[in-house]
Design a protein around this ligand. Structure first.
Ligand SMILES: Nc1nc2c(ncn2[C@@H]2O[C@H](COP(=O)(O)OP(=O)(O)OP(=O)(O)O)[C@@H](O)[C@H]2O)c(=O)[nH]1
Ligand SMILES: [Zn+2]
Length: 362
């Protein structure tokens, strides 16, 4: 049977659909104009689109309209990717251009780029209103999201454990005026309502954050079911146990697609210079105005960054975090060989930043 896929081709203009319209099977999986625009009707009928739900050693688990199958490894695809399924030779299925992509550099000698997840619409950066709350950590994730071209939203959990979450919210807000901040109790019914805008059917979301901040709890809250086991924080080390283990993109009943992969939990900062530049746009703009192109913003004459700092136009702790983040990204992105030489320089730079910080505190 040849399915009629014409409904999935880009329509005239991009008029918003009425909210009540039922989503097609493909749309519920996250199919949208961005992907439809990449193919014509004929290709759509011959090679139906399927989404990669999980990656196994033996192949890719894909799903589409009336399709749910395992295809052998072949296409360079990751969880969340859309493929045009070649029924005769599934290995040759084409990967559609991605709306967003999270990748990282593998450890080891060749330091190959690994694809972690594709086509995520919203990345929830989760932290709690307690010891985990840390601006530099939040910024790492925001830089990652910006770099992957995903909209980040900061989620502050465990509001029930503090007298007043407002100071946390305010600090988180100060990081970027382009990032929304939501504070909530991850248990119970609050998340389903508070996150409804981002978790509508047809959308793909993921949670990132340290162990124990409430990612599994949020997943369950959205699913309205005990889909993922949560575990109490061990008193001794204040760390939750890793309770979800396989990489997967799963549909929330009546809701969005939720991505949970181990790779997302160990995200490293590599090759995200563009994301850092976006998050620290003001500082990077200043830096472009320094007299020397390789200005270290320390003692060089004509340093626009230092001038702004002296005039109180930028925040000293934020400047310190920017430098550390950039150094970390550059260090992680360098090849092993480059690293040997950089190790020393990096150590020196970190010590420099620390000294600066100590000086500011005095
Ligand atoms: N009081 C309170 N407890 C919470 C909240 N969110 C999570 N918890 C508890 O914190 C513990 C850890 O939560 P998880 O959801 O397992 O944390 P996680 O981020 O998934 O942790 P990993 O699976 O290790 O990455 C559990 O005991 C949760 O019940 C919250 O908003 N308030
Ligand atoms: Zn400078």
């Amino acid at each position: 049977m040849v399915r009629d896929y014409s409904a999935f081709l880009p329509g005239k203009g991009d008029a918003p659909e009425p909210a009540s319209r039922a989503l097609s099977a493909l749309e519920a999986l996250g199919w949208k104009n961005f992907f439809a625009q990449q193919i014509d009707a004929e290709a759509l009928a011959e090679t139906p689109p399927v989404r990669v739900l999980s990656v196994h050693r033996g192949g890719l688990h894909v799903a589409g309209d009336g399709i749910d199958m395992l295809i052998p490894t072949g296409p360079e695809a990751t969880v969340g990717d859309w493929l045009l399924l070649d029924r005769v030779l599934p290995k040759s299925s084409r990967v559609l251009e991605r709306a967003s992509l999270i990748k990282r550099r593998a450890a080891g000698h060749d330091r190959r780029v690994q694809l972690i997840a594709a086509n995520i619409d919203t990345l929830f950066v989760v932290t709690s209103c307690n010891q985990d709350f840390n601006l530099a950590r939040l910024e790492r994730y925001l830089a990652l999201a910006f770099d992957a071209e995903i909209e980040p939203v900061i989620l502050l959990t465990k509001t029930d454990l503090v007298d007043d979450p407002a100071p946390y919210v305010e600090e988180a807000r100060s990081l970027s005026d382009r990032v929304q901040v939501v504070a909530l109790d991850a248990r119970g019914g609050e998340p389903a309502q508070a996150l409804a805008d981002w978790c509508k059917p047809g959308r793909t979301v993921a949670f990132v954050g340290s162990s124990g901040v409430g990612k599994s709890t949020l997943t369950n809250a959205l699913s309205g079911a005990r889909a993922v086991a949560t575990q109490g924080i061990r008193e001794d080390d204040a760390k939750g146990r890793h309770t979800t283990t396989h990489r997967e993109l799963h549909p929330v009943p009546g809701g969005c697609m939720l991505l949970d992969t181990p790779g997302m939990r160990e995200l490293q900062l590599t090759d995200v210079a563009a994301g850092i530049a976006e998050l620290f746009e003001d500082i990077e703009e200043l830096a472009a105005g320094c007299r020397f192109r390789d200005c270290g913003h320390e003692t060089e004459p004509g340093c626009a960054v230092r001038a702004a700092l002296d005039e109180g136009r930028i925040d000293a702790p934020r400047l310190a975090r920017w430098r550390k983040l950039k150094a970390e990204d550059e260090f992680n992105s360098a090849s092993l060989q480059q690293r040997r030489g950089k190790d020393k320089a990096f150590g020196k730079m970190v010590r420099g930043v620390m000294k600066d910080k100590a000086r500011q505190k005095r």
